[in-house]
Write a protein that binds this ligand. Structure first.
Ligand code: DQA
Length: 229
């Protein structure tokens, strides 16, 4: 997955959803930090969809302890041909935490896998200039810069959409979304402004973040807005 165009990922902790995701997803996000035996799942995987692997540390809203093992698991995942992209936190690449994720980015590049550099805010949304600045840093560390913030108002979504448009026009690859009920519509609208990645669970009960649509709904919404030109 190179994310040259909008790519809709079925976000999951269970690769067994792959057959049900094929109709609407371009790929899978395997949230290894949520999953039981994620590496064994990858060993057994014989699905058609490519996989982006994520192993989110607790200090960025996930469930993985900030240990060398967290990064070892991502490197092991990259050895599977089906894994064509990896998510690494901007903070982990800039030296936060106890373990620098640069070695995982190097392993990804050695296998021609895409590096998605992510940053999250589960409380608020920065202003547009701050979003641009942080996403620009993320783009400098990898192939796609990703921000998921939490919207408290329509103005927050406008800031995210404006930053998305500004960076896309500048030639950057970004993926953006606003979490929560006030930000939900951004998941369908941000692709119109250049966002390259969407995340949605096959079953709405299996959401991996606040405000996600289910996969079929998000595919329909994005498809309609893209066809509107
Ligand atoms: O970073 C992201 C985006 C996300 O948090 C969302 O808001 O859809 C969902 C996560 O699974 C993914 O790793």
């Amino acid at each position: 997955m190179d994310f040259e165009s909008f790519t809709l990922l079925a976000a999951t902790d269970d690769l067994g959803v792959e057959p049900a995701a094929r109709a609407d997803a371009d790929g899978l996000e395997l949230r290894m930090d949520f999953a039981d035996e994620p590496l064994a799942q990858l060993d057994a995987y014989d699905g058609d969809l490519p996989i982006l692997v994520t192993n989110r540390p607790t200090w960025e809203g996930g469930e993985a302890a900030d240990t060398a093992s967290r990064l070892d698991t991502l490197e092991a995942a990259l050895e599977h041909d089906a894994v064509t992209a990896v998510d690494l936190e901007l903070a982990a690449l800039e030296g936060a935490g106890d373990h620098n994720a640069g070695r995982v980015a190097d392993a990804a590049r050695d296998r021609d896998a895409t590096v998605v550099v992510s940053t999250h805010n589960f409380e608020s949304t920065p202003d547009r200039d701050a979003i641009v600045s942080r996403l620009d840093r993320a783009c400098n560390q990898g192939d796609v810069g990703k921000m998921a913030s939490t919207a408290q108002s329509p103005d927050d979504v406008l800031a995210m959409l404006g930053a998305t448009r500004e960076l896309t026009a500048a030639g950057e690859q970004v993926a953006t979304m606003c979490m929560g009920s006030a930000g939900r519509h951004s998941r369908a609208v941000a692709p119109v402004y250049g966002s390259r990645i969407g995340y949605a669970p096959v079953d709405p009960a299996d959401a991996t973040a606040p405000g996600q649509y289910d996969l079929a709904t998000l595919r329909t919404l994005v498809g309609q807005l893209q066809s509107d030109g």
